[in-house]
Design a protein around this ligand. Structure first.
Ligand code: 13P
Ligand code: SF4
Length: 305
């Protein structure tokens, strides 16, 4: 029964997608059913790069709002649809353009490095963007005497500061999903699976990062699983990624550090909402031109590097 209704839904989606000349960009944390209809699936950086490359007329962004905004910043002539407007990132909401302006006034010489998990308005107030995949490289390239404000994730910021030896002013934001992953969870999994390698996302707390074998973006985890000989992998990030890891590596074992690591906003995108979005051509994510151009300068600097 379930399979029948899904196959009908899938056929409708495929038909409309063709008629609209649409592409589905899907983040690694999405529901399995949404991952399975992706034209491209990846981490934040890979999805931005893909948005920049596509010749489709419509991008249906299966992820959270800041990701759809980034696609719209890069591709203003395309229709960018977010199937559910409530799919926002709580960390991105922990900073506003106004509060950032106030911080900049206190440090007028500082360079603002902005994690892409932020609104277009916040990016517009920033000098350069980064994702978890390139944050260390981007900060390393800044002159060593430069004062840096890193926003909005204190844990990614702390990780980058540790790796680069740079002293950065950190914004106190955090990811409510990754902070649910606790050090005792990872210690327990390592004890139960002594041969496994533990991968964690840099949004995790420092005490969790300290127990990891590798600290990687979601795209980095996908590559590690594919390329390493390790048969057992402990996964310290949002559990949606397990679907892709298992699908692409059927011979390997993936163990989530914590079943609690769920991002509820990511899960708002469903097959139904994707179909609804294509039928109604909503919700269109469009950034006002002035904000877009300023935000684009920060995103372009990241993509060039
Ligand atoms: P990635 O860029 O590693 O996919 O991370 C995005 C994100 O929102 C992590 O919580
Ligand atoms: Fe935001 Fe965390 Fe969800 Fe990523 S997992 S989208 S940082 S709330």
């Amino acid at each position: 029964m379930m399979e029948n209704s899904n196959s009908e839904l899938l056929a409708k989606i495929a038909d409309l997608k063709k008629r609209r000349n649409a592409i589905f960009l899907v983040h690694n944390y999405q529901l399995g059913e949404v991952q399975d209809i992706a034209d491209f699936i990846g981490d934040s950086l890979e999805l931005s790069q893909q948005a920049a490359r596509t010749d489709a007329d419509v991008i249906v962004f299966c992820g959270v709002r800041f990701m759809a905004e980034t696609a719209s910043i890069i591709c203003p002539d395309k229709v960018v649809l977010l199937p559910d407007l409530h799919a926002g990132c709580p960390m991105a909401d922990m900073i506003t353009a106004q509060r950032l302006r106030e911080k900049k006034k206190m440090h007028p010489e500082a360079t603002v490095v902005c994690y892409v998990n932020s609104s277009a308005a916040v990016k517009a107030e920033s000098d350069i963007c980064c994702t978890s995949a390139n944050a260390v490289r981007i900060v390393e390239k800044l002159p060593s005497d430069e004062e840096i404000i890193f926003i909005p994730d204190q844990y990614l910021g702390n990780y980058v500061a540790t790796k680069t030896g740079r002293n950065m002013i950190l914004w106190p934001g955090f990811c409510p999903t990754h902070t649910r992953i606790q050090a005792p969870d990872i210690s327990r999994q390592k004890k139960e699976h002594p041969k496994a390698k533990a991968l964690v996302h840099p949004e995790c707390r420092p005490e969790v990062i300290a127990l990891a074998d590798e600290v990687l973006s979601t795209g980095g985890m996908i590559r590690f699983a594919r390329d390493s000989n390790t048969e057992e992998i402990i996964v310290g990030t949002e559990i949606g990624i397990i679907h892709r890891l298992r699908k692409e590596n059927p011979g390997k074992r993936f163990i989530p550090v914590s079943e609690q690591a769920i991002c509820p906003r990511m899960k708002l995108i469903t097959l139904e909402s994707v179909l609804w979005s294509l039928e109604n051509m909503t919700h269109r994510i469009k950034i006002p031109t002035r904000t877009r151009l300023k935000a684009k300068a920060a995103v372009d600097k990241m993509l060039e590097g």
